[in-house]
Ligand binder design. Structure first.
Ligand SMILES: Cc1ncc(COP(=O)(O)O)c(C=O)c1O
Length: 436
């Protein structure tokens, strides 16, 4: 195994050593150009430690978890549950508050479908006990979200409203890319407040504690989309006081095909299941079934096992670096990007221009050039950025643009790569004859 560069908080990271852990970062693209990977907001790369953990598990202990009594099944179950423990500790949660899902999208849908399952029929109908009544929604109730959400934290709530007759309301976004807290849609009718911990486009970090306070004041549940926060900064879900939270393994140096739903124990115990079948039951008769306590209740079927083990290894890897150090490093990259792009005539940044209450996703436009055209020129120089609406169409509409270019980072990125991006943007302007 490659040694990992660990750094005390505040110290400069040995990024070269970290990069050596990521085999993909040493490859070249487009006629032998070094890869400049600035798309970790979409998906991050995986270190050898994660790849090794998955491979070792598959080569030595692969079996269906929680099913057999044989040696491999026992080892697989232990490895799977050990990953859950480490992932729970990583986000300040208890082990039985962590449910494995396919990704964050599925985790948010799990909550929305759980709530709509609680909203049809009467208690006892489908093994839903009276406790689920607290999640019942209907006409007159409201779900609040924000204009800066990824579609994953918007469409499931639109659908929940459609199924139950509830109404969707939202916080708007100000011109400088913050939530408009002055025009607050939360009222006594609000049952759910779903919002992002960090915008995947603007990098904006909304005031979680304040939103939780406002939601609690009217008895509404909070659902935090932590997809862009958990991979990049220390997050303590108990301290934040949210009711539910979701994040994805593939954005935090872990595998794809694994996500996490966090739910306060008391709420997971009352929430009806989303998917049903094997592994999530307590008792099954032809007349009906009862369900296991969480987290098993929400993990129907054989789960994604090597992916959970890989995510456990990703958490170990991040812990060794230290999330304070990860955050400080990405903050430095973000500050440099904001500063240098702002200096370029013809380039405008969407969202906050300082690093205050802001993480490392920098979306921008180049005057006179369509983002897709820009990305082709950047790609030709080996620079991987994301272009499009980044699954945040309403947000782009609020800014009056169709799409944008987004650079996003992880712990393996360097200041030299930021310089490469800025030089690439200048080259793009020259190529299209719009250089000022
Ligand atoms: C803020 C945010 N929420 C949700 C998602 C959805 O994540 P996944 O596709 O892994 O479910 C993403 C992915 O880009 C995201 O950035």
């Amino acid at each position: 195994m490659t040694a990992l560069a660990s750094a005390p908080a505040g110290a400069t990271l040995d990024v070269a050593k970290i990069r050596a852990d990521f085999p993909i970062l040493s490859r070249t693209v487009r006629d032998d150009k070094p890869l400049v990977y600035l798309d970790s907001g979409a998906t991050s790369q995986r270190p050898r430690q994660v790849l090794d953990a998955e491979r070792t598990f598959l080569e030595t202990s692969n079996a269906a978890v929680h099913r057999g009594a044989h040696a491999l099944s026992e080892e697989a179950t232990d490895a799977y549950e050990s990953a859950r423990e480490r992932i729970a500790a990583f986000v300040g949660a208890d082990v039985d508050e962590v449910v494995f899902t396919k990704n964050a999208t599925e985790a948010i849908n799990l909550v929305a479908y759980g709530m709509s399952n609680a909203s049809v029929g009467s208690p006892g109908d489908r093994g839903v006990d009276a406790a689920a009544e607290r999640f019942r929604l209907g006409p007159g109730d409201e779900v609040v979200t924000t204009e800066m959400e990824h579609h994953a934290n918007l469409v499931p709530w639109q659908e929940l409203c459609r199924r139950t007759g509830a109404t969707l309301r939202w916080f708007s976004v100000t011109k400088d890319g913050r939530l408009d807290l002055e025009n607050d849609p939360i009222t006594e009718r609000t049952k759910v407040v779903a919002f992002t911990h960090q915008s995947n486009v603007l990098g904006t970090v909304p005031p979680v504690e304040e939103l939780v306070r406002r939601a609690r004041a009217v008895g509404a549940y909070t659902v935090l989309d932590a997809c862009q926060s958990v991979p990049h900064a220390p997050v303590d879900l108990h301290a934040l006081g949210v009711d539910f939270a979701a994040f994805s393994g593939h954005k935090m140096l872990g595998p794809s095909g694994i996500g996490v739903l966090y739910g306060r124990r008391e709420l997971l115990e009352a929430l009806p299941p989303f998917l049903t079948g094997g592994s999530m039951i307590e008792l099954v008769r032809m007349e009906g079934s009862t369900y296991a306590p969480p987290p098993a209740r929400f993990e129907a079927g054989v789960p994604m096992t090597s992916q959970a083990i890989g995510l456990g290894a990703a958490v170990d890897y991040l812990n060794l670096i230290g999330m304070d150090a990860v955050k400080a490093h990405e903050n430095e990259l973000t500050a440099a990007t904001l500063l240098k792009l702002q200096d370029l005539p013809g380039v405008s940044i969407l969202g906050p221009r300082s690093t205050e209450a802001r993480g490392g996703a920098v979306a921008f436009e180049i005057e006179g050039i369509h983002p897709h055209d820009a990305s082709q020129v950047l790609d030709d120089s080996g620079i991987a950025v994301r272009v499009g609406h980044h699954c945040a169409w309403p947000l782009h509409r609020a800014f009056g643009v169709q799409s944008s270019i987004r650079a996003s980072f992880h712990v393996y990125n360097t200041l030299d790569e930021i310089d490469a991006l800025v030089a690439g943007v200048r080259r793009t302007q020259e190529f299209f004859g719009v250089a000022p």
